[in-house]
Ligand binder design. Structure first.
Ligand SMILES: [Zn+2]
Length: 148
C-alpha cells in the first residue's frame, strides 16, 4: 500500500475533480471535496435539492466516494441514513472512500458493514466539526428574588 507522502502543501489540489468552494487567493484550491456524480460540488456544498436527489438515488450497499469532503455530523448522518438497510437496521456500504475527508468524531461507522473496500487514509476525525451546531440554551428556570 502506498500513500502520497506526508505533508503535501495545502496549495496542491487533490488528484480528484474537486469542488473548489471558498477558494481564496491564499488558498486557490478551496474545498477539496470530490465532486458528486456530474455535479460541480462536493456533497457538503451541493444545493440542497441536488443533495437530496443524490441521497435518494443511494441505497444500502452502494459505493460511495467522498474524498476530501468536509462532513458535519448532520451531513454524515443523512448519508448513513440512506445506507441503512431497513431489514437489518445496519448500515451497509459497498466501496467507501473517505480519503482526506473530515468527519466528526461521533461518526457511527462502528455499526456499518462494508462489503467492499473502505478507505479512510488521511481522513480527519474531529470533535465538533460543525460550529453551526449550537445548542439552544433554554432560559434557566431559576427565579431570582431580589428580596427587597
Ligand atoms: Zn465542497
Amino acid at each position: 500500500m502506498t500513500t502520497a507522502g506526508p505533508g503535501s502543501p495545502a496549495t496542491t489540489p487533490p488528484s480528484w475533480p474537486h469542488c473548489g468552494q471558498d477558494a481564496t487567493p491564499a488558498d486557490s484550491v478551496g474545498c477539496r471535496g470530490i465532486n458528486v456524480g456530474s455535479y460541480a460540488a462536493c456533497l457538503a456544498h451541493l444545493q440542497e435539492n441536488d443533495r437530496a436527489a443524490y441521497l435518494a438515488a443511494l441505497s444500502p450497499g452502494a459505493d460511495i466516494d467522498h474524498r476530501g469532503t468536509p462532513f458535519t455530523s448532520e451531513l454524515l448522518g443523512q448519508l448513513l441514513a440512506v445506507l441503512r438497510d431497513p431489514d437489518t437496521g445496519h448500515i451497509h456500504i459497498g466501496d467507501a472512500n473517505f480519503e482526506a475527508a473530515s468527519l466528526s468524531c461521533d461518526a457511527r461507522f462502528d455499526e456499518a458493514t462494508f462489503s467492499g473496500d473502505a478507505g479512510f487514509p488521511k481522513a480527519t476525525f474531529s470533535a465538533a466539526a460543525s460550529s453551526a451546531d449550537h445548542r439552544p440554551h433554554g432560559r434557566r428556570g431559576h427565579a431570582t428574588s431580589t428580596g427587597k
